[in-house]
Structures are given as C-alpha cells and as structure tokens.
Design a protein around this ligand. Structure first.
Ligand SMILES: Nc1ncnc2c1ncn2[C@@H]1O[C@H](COP(=O)(O)OP(=O)(O)O)[C@@H](O)[C@H]1O
Ligand SMILES: [Mg+2]
Length: 377
C-alpha cells in the first residue's frame, strides 16, 4: 500500500519515508553495519532528538534492500512489569513474523502452550488485531516460548525495543539477566535498544554490575548537523517555489540548539505560511504563536509545583543553561537561598523531566516551555 503524501513536508509526528527524513546518513550506516555484523545497538539521546524516527528509517532502508530480513519495532513505554513486556513482545513478534493473522493463530495453537491469543476486529477498519493474555504466574514460561519461537523461525530478524529503560523499573529483579540470557542464544536475531532516560540507560548498559554490560555497541545520538538540516529545509521550500533564508534557518536552529522536534515544529509553521521566509520577524511570529497555543497547558503544569520549584525552573529558563546550580552568582542573582530546599527542588524537576542535565549544564527539557518561562516575570 502506498502512503499518502503529506501536505506539509515538515512532519512533527511519526516517520513517513526517506524523502521527509533529514540526513542521519552516518548514523543509519552505523546501525545497519552493526546489525549486519551481529552487534546489538543501544541508542541513547534526550527525548525528541529523533531516535524513534531513526529506527524506522533504518528499518525502511533494510527492508527495501533485503526482503528476507524481518524488522520488528516495539515501544515498551507503557509497560510496568514482565507481564506487560511479554504481552507486547509476543504480539509484535507474532503479528509481524507470520505475515497474516490466520497463520499467526495457527502457530499459536501448535506452539504456545502458556498463553492465549485474543483476536478482535477494529470497529472502524474491520482489520483483525491480535492481543495476548498472559498468566502472571507463568509469565517467564511465556517469555521463553516467544524466544524459542524466534529461534525456530530461523530467519534473520532485527528487533527494536524502544523506551527500553522501562525494564530497569520492573519489580522483577532478575528480568534483565533473564532477557540477556535469552538474547545471547539467538544468533539469527539482533536488537536495537533505544531510550531517553539518560541515567537509567547508562546504568543498564554501562554499569559493570548489570547483565547488559558490554553486550551492545553504545550509540549516543546527537542533533542533526546544521548545514545538512538547512539543505533539507531549503529544498523542501524550493519544491513549493518558496525560499527560506539562511539567516531565518540559522536563528531557529541556534535558538533550540538543533533539538530536532523543535526545529521541525517551527519549520512546519513557516512552511504553513506559504511564502518566502526571508525576515526574522516571520520566525518570531511563528514562535510566539506556538508559545501562546501552549500557554494554557504550561499554566496547568506549573500548578503541580511548589514555589521553590517554580522559582528554580524559571531561573534556569532565564539563564538558558546553568553550569552549576550551587554557584554563588546564580544563587545570588535569583535569590535562591536555602541550598537543601533548592537541591530537593532540582531533584524533583529532573525526576519529572522538566529539567535535563546536559554535559554543558542544566536546561529546561521542553524548549518551548523554557522560552515561555524565560519571558515570564
Ligand atoms: N531526521 C529527521 N528529519 C526530520 N524530522 C525528524 C528527524 N528526526 C526526528 N524528526 C522529527 O522529530 C520528531 C521526534 O523524533 P523522535 O524520533 O520521536 O524522537 P525520540 O524518539 O528521540 O524522542 C519526529 O516525530 C519527527 O517529526
Ligand atoms: Mg522515541
């Protein structure tokens, strides 16, 4: 089935096709090459840099070149325990590996003893959908069955598990070790583990005490290169007979430190105006619009935080980047006196992903929110 062409080439959700995906050539080559040489990958970056998009792009490339390889993507963000994991894992692998749902149901009957498939039909499209019921008492048995199945299909298989850091928070203590041991004995299957929660991902893959230590090629994902991004943006404008000045692009890219989704969102707006983008005030206008649209949500969000937390958040937003929260200048400038309450506030803001700890300092994680806060009194 051919995909419908988007009206605006600057997508802000999902992945469409290589045409609407900017650059990432080096990264794509690296991942493809790792998989083709039997190495698993762990892909890490802050949210909205483009990990999920890159995985789809890699799979799109591989599937076009080699029809025999099975590429399976799954997102485990919503999972809270081994049960949830096993259900999502089984549904994705079975649905994809068999090609059609009738075959899948047959496989189930003959192969899986420990869990039941449930077939339902989407009320809108009539498409069959597969879900599975796992018995929590024997979830490890079910997981083992899916892995034996993967081994049995005897085809080359690439599996991406997105938001993988979730496994670190499952109550089942031995889960990582269990998973690692299954993965180790599957020569035909390679994995991409992707995640945004920096400290959990580093713990899982870089701590010598953990089962996944040294079992993957670590790949930190940076932002898209500025020159390549401008070329991509400019060409899409040109295809519609409009121009985008380097100055306007540069301003946008720099304002968000190249953070992909934010740059992309502004480009989507600029393109919407269907005219030459050659003056900075058009860019200011687009950004002002975006912040105003979100203003209600930002007010709501702040309601959940204490005065100290908000004060610290605003201070960081105004500075844009803060190297050291405890530095005298910063504390003095924003009147943040009580160090222990500031530390508690900082921890809460980081845990809730309002603040991100970058190697260059602390920033407000959501770039639009940061701009909005920075403009507040
Ligand atoms: N290389 C790219 N070219 C164009 N748009 C991109 C690119 N990478 C990401 N995006 C856009 O940014 C959004 C967020 O990217 P995503 O892959 O979901 O980030 P992450 O998984 O790191 O949180 C995507 O929905 C897409 O619209
Ligand atoms: Mg993602």
């Amino acid at each position: 089935m051919r995909k419908i062409k988007p009206y605006n080439p600057f997508l802000i959700t999902g992945y469409h096709s290589p045409k609407y995906f900017c650059d990432r050539e080096k990264e794509t080559k690296m991942i493809v090459s790792a998989l083709e040489n039997d190495r698993n990958i762990s892909l890490m970056s802050p949210r909205r840099f483009g990990k999920t998009g890159l995985i789809h792009h890699v799979f799109n490339n591989i599937s076009r070149l080699d029809k025999n390889v099975i590429c399976i993507y799954m997102d485990i963000f919503s999972t809270r325990n081994m049960n949830d994991f096993t259900a999502i894992f089984a549904e994705n692998i079975l649905g994809k590996a068999e090609g059609n749902i009738e075959k899948t149901m047959k496989t189930f009957a003959s192969f899986f003893k420990s869990f039941r498939p449930v077939l339902s039909y989407d009320p809108l499209t009539g498409q069959p959908e597969l879900s599975v019921k796992i018995d929590p008492e024997i979830a490890d048995k079910s997981l083992q069955e899916v892995f034996s199945y993967l081994k049995k299909i005897n085809k080359r298989c690439y599996i991406a598990i997105d938001e993988f850091q979730q496994v670190a928070e499952y109550p089942q203590k031995g889960f990582e070790a269990l998973l690692r041991s299954y993965i180790q004995f599957l020569p035909n299957v390679k994995f991409i583990f992707s995640g945004s929660r920096q400290h959990l991902m580093t713990e899982i893959f870089l701590s010598a005490k953990r089962p996944f230590f040294q079992s993957t090629q670590i790949m930190p994902l940076d932002v898209v290169n500025k020159k390549n991004y401008y070329k991509f943006a400019y060409e899409h404008f040109l295809q519609n007979k409009f121009t985008l000045s380097e100055e306007c692009f540069e301003y946008t890219y720099t304002l968000f430190d190249g953070h992909t989704w934010y740059v992309q969102t502004v480009l989507n707006r600029l393109y919407e105006y269907r005219k030459d983008i050659n003056r900075l005030d058009i860019v200011y206008y687009a950004i002002k619009e975006l912040l105003e649209e979100n203003s209600y949500a930002y007010h709501e969000l702040l309601n959940a935080y204490s005065d100290v937390q908000i004060k610290l958040l605003k201070a960081i937003a105004k500075e844009k980047k803060v190297k050291q929260i405890s530095s005298g200048d910063f504390i003095l400038k924003y009147n943040l006196k009580n160090p222990s309450s500031i530390n508690r506030a900082l921890k809460k803001l980081i845990d809730n992903e309002l603040i991100y700890k970058h190697e260059k300092g602390y920033i407000v994680y959501d770039r639009f929110f940061g701009l909005w806060l920075g403009n507040k009194k």
